[in-house]
Write a protein that binds this ligand. Sequence first.
Ligand SMILES: *[C@@H]1O[C@H](CO)[C@@H](O)[C@H](O)[C@H]1NC(C)=O
Ligand SMILES: *[C@@H]1O[C@H](CO)[C@@H](O)[C@H](O)[C@H]1NC(C)=O
Ligand SMILES: *[C@@H]1O[C@H](CO)[C@@H](O)[C@H](O)[C@H]1NC(C)=O
Ligand SMILES: *[C@@H]1O[C@H](CO)[C@@H](O)[C@H](O)[C@H]1NC(C)=O
Ligand SMILES: [Cu+2]
Length: 249
Amino acid sequence: MRFASAVVALVAAAVVSAQNQTITVNVGGTSDTPGGIFQFMPNSLTAANGSVITFTFSGIPGNHSVTQSTFAAPCSPFQGGFDSGWVEILANSTTLPEWQLTITNDQVPIWFYCKQKLPVVHCNSGMLGAINVKEGSANNLEAFAKAAQTAALDMHEGGLVGIGASASAPPDVGDGATLFTTDSATAPPQTAAPTGGSASGGASGASGASGGGATQTDAPGGSAVGLGFNPALMVTVLFGAVAGAALVF
Ligand SMILES: *[C@@H]1O[C@H](CO)[C@@H](O)[C@H](O)[C@H]1NC(C)=O
Ligand SMILES: *[C@@H]1O[C@H](CO)[C@@H](O)[C@H](O)[C@H]1NC(C)=O
Ligand SMILES: *[C@@H]1O[C@H](CO)[C@@H](O)[C@H](O)[C@H]1NC(C)=O
Ligand SMILES: *[C@@H]1O[C@H](CO)[C@@H](O)[C@H](O)[C@H]1NC(C)=O
Ligand SMILES: [Cu+2]
């Protein structure tokens, strides 16, 4: 049932077009959002060279990324692909961090996903999208989404410059959010440096404000928070959820 509704949601997704326009994609929903937390809205776009896509991290609370993949490996980074890093937004945040991506080659399809793994792999849950998919191609969003449901997650870092699209700066997180460029929750060993990520130094350099995350020692523990948060923050998040529910009911 869950599978069927996910596919229906993808088929029904709006296709947004732009020529030298600024288009906005919302990154992450809330539990009230139709389609849920784990999605990009819209998830299918057409954008010509020079168009700027503004990814607005709209899922509050949330902890999401915009990471380029290939069609063939939906939940793994494209070597030399773009990567926003994880943008963590706490329940009490009132700011919506943004990240601008400019289309540099509208002739290549661009596939992207969220590389958050807690409490479930967001990519497996449908948090993915596509730009400039060729009409009629078998390599379409529906096929990509289907493959993503069982694809292995790879959280290696990309850079600012991607294939077919590039950013000139990391996400602007302001005061209300934190940018993570490595996964401090489990501190996985870096087995290999990503190759071809020519601007990754710039992205890493901007992560200075996120050092607090490195002090976290909790095991991920498969928490049910639903937003990629550590157990240490569950209390805050649950409290917020209860408070929110109290307002609704
Ligand atoms: C539109 O995009 C093209 C391709 O990048 C660029 O050459 C042109 O200057 C842009 N036009 C405007 C008005 O921004
Ligand atoms: C938001 O919550 C965090 C974590 O509980 C806290 O550290 C921060 O001070 C709060 N910020 C505001 C503006 O209330
Ligand atoms: C967009 O830019 C790429 C890279 O320069 C180029 O190959 C492509 O033809 C351009 N698209 C159009 C419609 O001109
Ligand atoms: C957000 O995700 C990053 C990457 O997984 C992680 O390092 C960080 O601890 C997460 N933030 C919270 C509050 O769990
Ligand atoms: Cu996500």
